[in-house]
Write a protein that binds this ligand. Structure first.
Ligand code: HEM
Ligand SMILES: *[C@@H]1O[C@H](CO)[C@@H](O)[C@H](O)[C@H]1NC(C)=O
Length: 323
């Protein structure tokens, strides 16, 4: 190469090199990440998830929610699983999780089973992502290929969880902006909210909605008040289903409830309250297949939120603590 021309291409070349470097340091997740290193991963996770759900159907909901709470705090990095230590206060005691997030024992059981078949290879973050998919499938919902290759965080913080996960008092614009902050669209937000087709809520999460909001079916509010006393502090942990019709099957009834003004959380009913998301709720309530395909797409997108890859993070031995 003539020195004059090489002199001219150098800036272009170095820019290309830089782009390549940036690209490789944010390596992509892939569905066949453990094909060689842990071929038994998927059946191993599925069998533990299935047995946990056969003992308690709600566990499927709890495992799905863990994935959401993991991904919304510093990305899908298993951070939600970390117990508090002397050097950090973790996510388990943050407001959205305290007395609420569950399924940690099941994740431990999965990790133990996975470590038996391929020790030191699979991250806790990937276990959470896979268990969420298997939970949805086990409760009658859609399946999809889970992208894998995440690594586990070495630290986390309670405040990151308090700031990242939207509370049930959120307005529609708050919900939209919390999801936008992690790269998810309004449509993704509505589709993912369909996760509330399964599982339970505590009275403390919906008390204000059933006593103070006016955009709620009055007979539904009356029914829910029976098991959720008005006074804060009494009956806080009493449970009610997020989908009043079929809380252990993954279907589109959640959206039908919203149209009937029977959303249990203030935040749920925000999705159908005369605003920009009404049309999305209507389309999901009339088309289960549209809901399922948008939900699946959004779950994959949520799973892509800032993963630790390559040599970042670690593969934890015990999901509750850093190696
Ligand atoms: C859109 C914003 C969201 C808000 C404000 C929200 C809020 C809540 C609240 C307050 C509860 C009840 C917690 C309790 O009282 O103990 C709950 C439960 C649940 N959430 Fe969400 N959530 C949201 C999005 C999601 C997403 C994206 C998913 C999953 C795709 C999800 C899945 C679940 C599940 C399955 C449960 C029931 C868990 C169980 O029964 O253990 N949520 N959520
Ligand atoms: C209803 O709203 C009033 C006035 O803002 C408030 O004092 C009260 O605590 C609320 N009740 C519930 C159950 O949230």
């Amino acid at each position: 190469m003539a020195s004059s021309s090489s002199f001219r291409v150098t800036p272009t070349l170095s820019l290309l090199l830089l782009l390549l470097l940036v690209g490789s340091s944010s390596a992509k997740l892939s569905t066949d990440f453990y094909a060689k290193s842990c071929p038994k991963l998927e059946p191993t996770v599925k069998s533990v998830v299935k047995s946990a759900i056969s003992k308690e159907k709600r566990m499927g909901a709890s495992l799905l929610r863990l994935f959401f709470h993991d991904c919304f705090v510093n990305g899908c990095d298993g951070s939600v699983l970390l117990d508090d230590t002397s050097s950090f206060t973790g996510e388990k005691n943050a407001k959205p999780n305290k007395n609420s997030a569950r399924g940690f024992d099941v994740i431990d059981d999965i990790k133990t089973a996975v470590e038996k078949v391929c020790p030191g290879v699979v991250s806790c973050a990937d276990i959470v992502a896979t268990a969420a998919r298997d939970s949805v499938v086990t409760l009658g919902g859609p399946s999809w290929k889970v992208k894998l290759g995440r690594r586990d965080a070495k630290t986390t913080s309670k405040s990151a969880a308090n700031n990242g996960i939207p509370p049930p008092t959120s307005s529609l614009s708050n919900l939209i902006s919390k999801f936008k902050a992690v790269g998810l669209s309004t449509k993704d937000m509505v589709a993912l909210s369909g996760g509330h087709t399964i599982g339970q809520s505590r009275c403390t999460s919906f008390r204000a909605h059933i006593y103070n909001d006016t955009n709620i079916d009055s007979s539904f509010a009356k029914t829910r008040r029976k098991n959720c006393p008005k006074t804060s502090g009494s009956g806080d942990n009493n449970l009610a289903p997020l989908d009043l019709q079929t809380p252990t099957s993954f279907d589109n009834n959640y959206f039908k409830n919203l149209i009937a003004r029977k959303g249990i959380l203030h935040s749920d009913q925000q999705l159908f309250n005369g605003g920009s998301t009404d049309s999305i709720v209507k389309s999901y309530s009339s088309s289960p297949s549209k809901f399922v395909s948008d939900f699946t797409e959004a779950m994959i997108k949520m799973g892509d939120i800032s993963p630790l890859t390559g040599s970042k993070g670690q593969i934890r031995k015990n999901c509750r603590k850093v190696n």
